[in-house]
Design a protein around this ligand. Structure first.
Ligand code: HEC
Length: 222
């Protein structure tokens, strides 16, 4: 075989591969994977999400909704309705299930959550002067002003369902996190709850919010 023939065969081979490659594209069916070398890799025997499957002639959805009334393990449904009556009842009956003895720990966690989820509207001291507050139709009322006597049940209810231009936080925060926030909101309300050592609380305030320290000192001298 001479050199020219070898060159011709190689060129022909390349042309064939190129043509085969091109012809495998441009199939009519856009979803066709073309030639399947290992069909199992393309068509897994597992059921795909959000489609249907048929077993013994019964076709059902793969992503089925839970049976009505099902409660996920460890999940405690919130039973107060999102109505004015539900709000009032929650205010009267609903109590913080977290141990008051651990209040300071919860408050600290609450403060961190507050910094992430609430401060931009409510402001660092809860005065309703967060950066976003000015853009709202009405800024949030101050915790230690109009909301000073808001009971814990209503605080939790409003965080859960939202109120006015404040949205619901139930999908971002677990019930426990919302209760931790209730402790922190109560701190901003200026509530003197049992379970806190007053000297420890004063130190925490001074360290955590330096701007609040002078105010605390002034009120102490009065
Ligand atoms: C988008 C801004 C915004 C965010 C974010 C926000 N709030 Fe509010 N919040 C408001 C406004 C506005 C009101 C006043 C609602 C009304 O009474 O119409 C309010 C009211 C409240 C009240 C009083 C509810 C009542 O029953 O009167 C509490 C308590 C409260 N917010 C806590 C929180 C906490 C805790 C967070 C963080 C998890 C938070 N808010 C996040 C805007 C916000």
């Amino acid at each position: 075989m001479n050199y020219k023939n070898i060159k011709f065969i190689i060129a022909g081979g390349f042309a064939f591969i190129l043509l085969a490659g091109l012809s495998s594209c441009g199939k009519k069916d856009q979803n066709s994977p073309g030639v399947e070398f290992m069909p199992d890799m393309y068509r897994s025997p597992s059921l795909e999400y959000y489609s249907t499957h048929t077993i013994d002639g019964d076709t059902s959805n793969n992503a089925m909704l839970p049976v009505k009334g099902t409660v996920a393990r460890g999940y405690k449904p919130y039973t107060y309705e999102n109505t004015p009556e539900g709000y009032e009842t929650a205010g009267l009956q609903l109590k913080n299930p977290l141990a008051i003895a651990d209040r300071e720990l919860h408050e600290k966690d609450g403060e961190v959550l507050y910094g992430k989820f609430c401060v931009h509207c409510h402001g660092a001291a809860g005065a309703g002067d967060g950066k976003v507050a000015a853009k709202l139709p009405g800024p949030p009322p101050a915790y230690d002003g109009a909301l000073k006597n808001l009971p814990e049940g209503k605080i939790f209810h409003s965080i859960t369902y939202g109120k006015g231009s404040m949205g619901s936080h139930a999908s971002q925060l677990t019930a426990e996190e919302r209760w931790k926030l209730v402790f922190y909101v109560q701190k901003l309300q200026g509530k003197n709850l049992p379970g806190a050592d007053s000297t420890a609380a004063a130190t925490t305030t001074a360290v955590a919010t330096p701007s609040a320290a002078p105010a605390a000192t002034t009120s102490a001298t009065h």
